[in-house]
Design a protein. Structure first.
Length: 504
């Protein structure tokens, strides 16, 4: 009886069970988490999911088949030092390293024997979900499998997400993700924002040419990257107005920020007791999965420990080594912590983070104040956003020492406003008509039901840029007005001259 009921429920939930391919070409753990979460949810709802990625599941999951893309993770680990390099420069430093990384990983995917096998197997897919991270060539799989593509934009509603579906993003009030500017920019900031926007467009164009060449290296008769854009049905953006400034959305870009965060679970027993018994509360410190704490310069590590030794709180530090010299008694190190469950513990007072988007969203989900030490990329904009929402303090890595960290800890742990603002902002993240995960699943199934959902696409994505900006019309009108003005003046002059001649 129960199993019949269960089957019935599954049947209701999944009127059209589909074959879904996940294609995660990049070894960024935070990107992968988003894809894995969504695909697991789709599998739970009865779809047959296949995930090609550098991170196969450790334990099997029903209706979820892994294809291990070997070589990609190894390639990324060899490039780890780039993250510190990017910390030192402005918005354009390190972009080249990232482009090289994504090109190499795209190529490893295109030439992967497992991908070749999958193509040969003749398996049909109803939709392909991909990581969207400067990997234009991957769009070819939409053509090869004859399936619509849904890119997940793990950085939120940025130029990467906007450009693929033609979502308007005026540089007059939407700062580039790599710039730490507020929406209300000064004249100078708007100028920089405009120039960086142009620079990114130029770089995007040259990267597209590179990806076109990659395709031609591995496949015959490939369409142009512009034509491959047609394979994109819609973009799921890891964004939301609770942490992004208010902005336009065309119908085929859907903000689902927060969908990866799960309800906090009970911690493993030792950690649960450790946190339960923390009289003054707990501070959690993690620099994320790419930028490891052990990559910090030695003297910074010691300065941080000195500042920690002075607070009465317990500290959990994600530290990727067995030993940490001069570790005070109130600091516990582990190579890995169940971050979400720690953030959800009522005794957690503060999250010290690099400001990666997933970590920032998790802090917001649980209403936890943030001390941000942005290292690179969008982190340098995520933290200022949190600061302007009133629940964060920002510290630069270069300025980080016992004094600055001590001061910041004192302010954020003892001034109640950070906690209050974190709670207020958290309510915005939760106050929506449908949970972000249900929203994401709805739109994936919408694309499946409507065979790529062509009705959602806006023509603005396919017009040449001068038509989009109406420059051709403006030029035409200016020309007409100029000609009419010119002729009119000429005629006036002519009449004047005639009158003068008559008088004389
Ligand atoms: C599920 O996907 C796998 C590929 O991972 C495929 O071999 C299998 O045939 C699919 N099952 C169904 C019922 O379509
Ligand atoms: C999903 O998994 C369940 C149990 O593992 C199985 O009974 C069902 O047929 C699977 N569905 C598909 C679409 O493969
Ligand atoms: C693609 O990978 C194969 C090994 O799987 C290798 O022999 C071949 O050289 C690669 N192709 C190119 C063009 O690098």
């Amino acid at each position: 009886m129960m199993s019949k009921l269960f089957l019935f429920v599954v049947f209701i939930n999944c009127g059209h069970c589909a074959n879904i391919l996940g294609l995660y070409f990049h070894a960024g753990k935070s990107h992968h988490i988003l894809g894995e979460m969504l695909l697991k949810e789709l599998a739970t709802r009865g779809h047959n999911v296949t995930m090609a990625s550098p991170f196969p599941l450790k334990e099997p999951f029903p209706n979820y088949t892994d294809i291990h893309l070997t070589g990609i993770l190894e390639d990324q680990l060899a490039r780890e030092s780039m993250f510190m390099k990017m910390n030192k420069g402005h918005a354009l430093v390190g972009v080249n390293d990232v482009l090289e990384l994504t090109r190499a990983q795209t190529e490893l995917t295109l030439n992967h024997t497992e991908m070749g096998k999958l193509l040969k197997s003749g398996t049909k897919f109803d939709v392909i979900i991909i990581d969207w991270f400067m990997n234009g060539a991957i769009l070819l799989y939409g053509t090869l499998f004859n399936a619509p593509i849904i890119p997940i934009a793990s950085h939120g509603t940025t130029h990467l997400a906007n450009s693929i579906v033609g979502n308007p993003s005026p540089p007059s009030y939407i700062p580039n993700t790599m710039l730490p500017f507020p929406s209300n920019m000064t004249f100078f900031q708007r100028m920089v924002n405009g120039l960086v926007t142009i620079a990114y467009n130029v770089m995007g164009h040259s990267n597209a040419q590179y990806h076109q060449a990659l395709l031609e290296k591995y496949f015959k008769n490939v369409p142009s990257l512009d034509e491959l854009k047609n394979n994109v049905a819609l973009v799921l953006s890891n964004g939301h107005y609770s942490f992004e400034s208010a902005r336009p959305f065309v119908p085929n870009i859907i903000p689902v920020g927060g969908f990866h965060v799960q309800k906090a679970q009970k911690l493993p027993q030792d950690l649960q007791e450790y946190m339960d018994e923390a009289k003054h509360g707990v501070v959690y410190f993690s620099l994320g999965s790419n930028m490891k704490s052990v990559l910090l310069p030695k003297e910074k590590q010691q300065e941080i420990l000195k500042a920690f030794a002075k607070i009465p709180h317990k500290v959990l530090w994600k530290w990727e080594d067995d030993k940490l010299e001069n570790k005070p008694d109130n600091v516990m190190i582990r190579k890995w912590f169940p971050q979400n469950d720690i953030l959800g513990h009522p005794n957690l007072k503060l999250f010290i983070t690099h400001g990666g988007l997933l970590s920032t969203i998790e802090a917001l989900h649980h209403g936890v104040p943030v001390l941000g030490i942005p290292i690179f990329g969008d982190q340098k904009a995520n933290i200022p956003n949190a600061v302007s929402s009133g629940y964060a303090i920002q510290l630069e890595l270069a300025d980080l020492d016992e004094t600055t960290l001590g001061k910041a800890l004192d302010e954020i742990l003892n001034n109640g406003k950070y906690h209050e603002n974190a709670k207020k902002r958290s309510q915005l993240l939760h106050d929506r008509p449908m949970s972000p995960m249900d929203t994401a699943v709805f739109w994936v199934e919408h694309v499946i039901r409507h065979k790529g959902a062509p009705h959602l696409r806006n023509l603005g994505n396919y017009l040449p840029w001068y038509q989009y900006l109406m420059l051709d019309v403006a030029l035409f009108l200016v020309t007409i007005v100029t000609i009419v003005g010119f002729v009119f003046t000429k005629i006036c002059c002519f009449i004047c001259r005639k009158k003068k001649e008559k008088k004389e």
